[in-house]
Design a protein around this ligand. Structure first.
Ligand code: UGA
Length: 428
């Protein structure tokens, strides 16, 4: 099949590479000229393990362009994977989607299956269908809602090993299911068929549920701390029950990234438009928004003269295996400690610190530079290279002995044996 993927972010690029690998002819388009120029030269502008290699492997039937109309004209399947960021009131910014719909309205001349992969609020796909039907003959297109469930840092693996493929269609549409099956032929996952809005809701429900698990374990961590119980034992204990599951029960500084924060707030906003109260979604956000403060307060108690201290912060990205810093809890920690006057030396293997315009905050290029003379270190992102540090050596490099494990990823006993004052999240 000839497929046009609109949007060259991590979802669009991963989708393009995997679909090309499945044997389709793919053109990936984006209006960002600089990004497309880099991709045409073989340089992938984001860090996503395995993506560069997969794009390279399929370069003979995968091209990049800024010409959206041409991409649409050349293809029978159009996959929309543009960003849907948050607006200040928590609702979704539809600017990029609306611009694609305009392009589609003026470019469709033969039959197209339009696949919406971008995360859009419930009811959007129906509206897109209505809008397009005003300008294009209804015989010439169908709209399919096909949300993605890729995690940054393992997007390529996730796309090759999906646990389901969700297909939302309009009741009158008898063609699209077959086309989507053909598109993903080669991937082994059950199909879940539903309405257009049903598919949108599955996406929001997935992210909201996972965010809820994280906020639940973080709230429980606060209770565990008060009762001197280790939350990791509790997570292990409840995680063996298959009804609960052991994933997404790692207590820490909270969830970040470009998805959970915006999707929970967008679902909350959508519910409000229908006058539905969402106390669970509100609590999930409240816990997440106060999780970093908990640890800043804790540091203030542990190190009474905090503003005079040097803190080494390990991790800048919102999670390991990505250079993405959107809504990163690590950058929040860095900013807040910086505002208190601490001298911050932040290190991350690939992510880059935003400019906080504070002379006491700097990014250093090695772990050693972050540790050198530090009174305390904070593990803000659970990169493997922090987990496997030689703690005896770390002790020699630091001035103090406080380690705040903001991701509960270290071995508490091992650190204590090495003379550290270990502070985890709800570790008793
Ligand atoms: C998330 C979902 O997991 C994907 O299924 C979804 O497709 C994607 O959003 C999206 O909507 O596009 P992602 O944001 O890449 O993926 O990252 P996650 O691995 O889900 O982690 C999100 C945040 O939760 C990170 O800050 C991570 O550190 C935190 N987290 C995760 C915890 O604090 N504890 C956990 O147990 C798990």
């Amino acid at each position: 099949m000839k497929v046009c993927v609109i949007g060259a972010g991590y979802v669009g690029l991963t989708t393009s590479a995997v679909i090309a690998d499945l044997g389709h002819e793919v053109i990936c388009v984006d209006k960002d000229e600089q990004k497309i120029c880099q991709l045409q030269k073989g340089f992938v502008p984001i860090y996503e393990p395995g993506l560069t290699e997969l794009l390279q492997k399929n370069k003979d039937h995968l091209s990049f362009s800024t010409n959206v109309s041409e991409g649409i004209a050349l293809s029978s399947v159009i996959i929309i994977a543009v960003g849907t960021p948050s607006l200040p009131d928590g609702s979704t910014d539809m600017t990029f989607i609306n611009s694609v719909i305009e392009d589609l309205s003026s470019s469709i001349t033969s039959y197209k299956t339009i696949v919406i992969k971008s995360t859009v609020p419930p009811g959007t796909n129906e509206k897109i269908l209505e809008t397009l039907a005003k300008n294009i003959n209804r015989e010439c297109f169908n709209v399919v809602s096909n949300p993605e469930f890729l995690k940054e840092g393992s997007a390529v693996y996730d796309m090759f090993h999906p646990d389901k493929t969700v297909i939302g269609t309009n009741t009158a549409d008898t063609k699209s299911f077959k086309i989507i099956k053909q598109l993903y032929n080669g991937l082994d996952a059950p199909f879940i068929e539903t309405s257009l809005t049903g598919a949108e809701m599955i996406k929001y429900a997935s992210n909201a549920f996972l965010a809820m698990k994280i906020s639940f374990i973080n709230e429980l961590a606060r209770i565990c701390e008060a009762f001197d119980v280790d939350i990791t034992d509790v997570a292990k204990g409840i995680g063996t029950d298959p009804r609960i599951g052991n994933k997404f029960l790692q207590a820490g500084l909270g969830y970040g990234g470009s998805c959970f924060p915006k999707d929970v707030s967008s679902l909350h906003h959508s519910a409000r438009t229908k006058k539905i109260k969402t106390p669970i979604l509100e609590a999930v956000q409240e816990i997440n928004n106060t999780q970093v403060d908990e640890y800043i307060n804790k540091l203030n108690t542990l190190l009474p003269d905090l503003p005079s201290k040097k803190i080494g912060v390990l991790g800048i990205a919102f999670k390991p295996n990505t250079n993405d810093i959107r809504y990163s809890r690590a950058t929040t920690v860095i900013e807040q400690l910086g505002l208190q006057g601490c001298k911050i030396a932040a290190y991350d293997p690939i992510a880059v610190l935003p400019d906080f315009n504070q002379p006491n905050i700097s990014q250093v290029s090695t772990i050693e530079n972050a540790l050198e003379g530090a009174d305390c270190i904070v593990i803000a992102t659970d990169w493997d290279e922090f987990i496997t540090l030689d703690w005896q050596q770390v002790k020699e490099q630091m001035k103090g002995n406080v380690v705040v494990d903001g991701r509960n990823c270290l071995n508490k006993e091992q650190l204590e044996k090495n003379g550290f004052r270990y502070v985890g999240v709800g570790r008793g």
